[in-house]
Write a protein that binds this ligand. Structure first.
Ligand SMILES: [Zn+2]
Length: 174
């Protein structure tokens, strides 16, 4: 099985694959030093394995990615680095017919990615979306997280006057 490697690159020319019979597969590995996930969030050392499968509509991309991220613990607010993984599956549809060059209707489903008129399939947005999904919604630094207690001093015990009175009453009866 031939696997092509993309280093800090996410664009694959799929002209030949689009001309191939339905069921034809291509395999790729991708490494990205950095991947901007959001305006203030960046992933690093993204590693992905990708299978492209020719379908009747276009190309189905399936695979798995791993991404490192520098996150802030929601419990103790410490910053920490961790690595996460996620599997993905996404459809790519061509925007022009690979044989005639004529434009094809755009997919109405927003979850479907498109292959540009030069038959370039770009994995960037797919990897960005799934790298975000790989990250925990509520990141915690680890099992030894000191917890929110480390953020503030414990409040002084509030003595409820009514409870104290009740206790005195019970003591009297005893
Ligand atoms: Zn923590």
């Amino acid at each position: 099985m031939r696997v092509r490697h993309l280093e800090n690159d996410t664009i694959i020319n799929v002209a030949q694959l689009l001309k191939a019979p339905v069921g034809t597969e291509r395999y790729f590995t991708v490494h990205l030093d950095r991947l901007a996930l959001d305006s203030d969030l960046e992933g690093s050392d993204v590693d992905a394995s990708v299978r492209l499968l020719r379908t009747s509509n276009g190309i189905l991309a399936t695979g798995e990615l791993r991404v490192s991220a520098h996150l802030t613990c929601v419990r103790c607010l410490a910053e920490f680095d961790s690595r996460y993984s996620e599997t993905f599956e996404a459809e790519y549809w061509p925007t022009v017919d690979v044989l005639t060059g004529l434009p094809l209707p755009e997919p109405e489903d927003e979850e479907i990615f498109t292959i540009d008129k030069n038959h370039h399939l770009d994995l960037h947005e797919l990897l960005r979306q799934y790298a975000i999904l790989a990250l925990p919604t509520y990141p915690v630094c680890g099992p030894s997280c000191p917890g929110p207690e480390s953020l503030w001093k414990p409040e002084e015990e509030v003595v409820d006057a009514r409870l104290a009175a009740l206790q005195a009453l019970l003591d009297e009866r005893a």
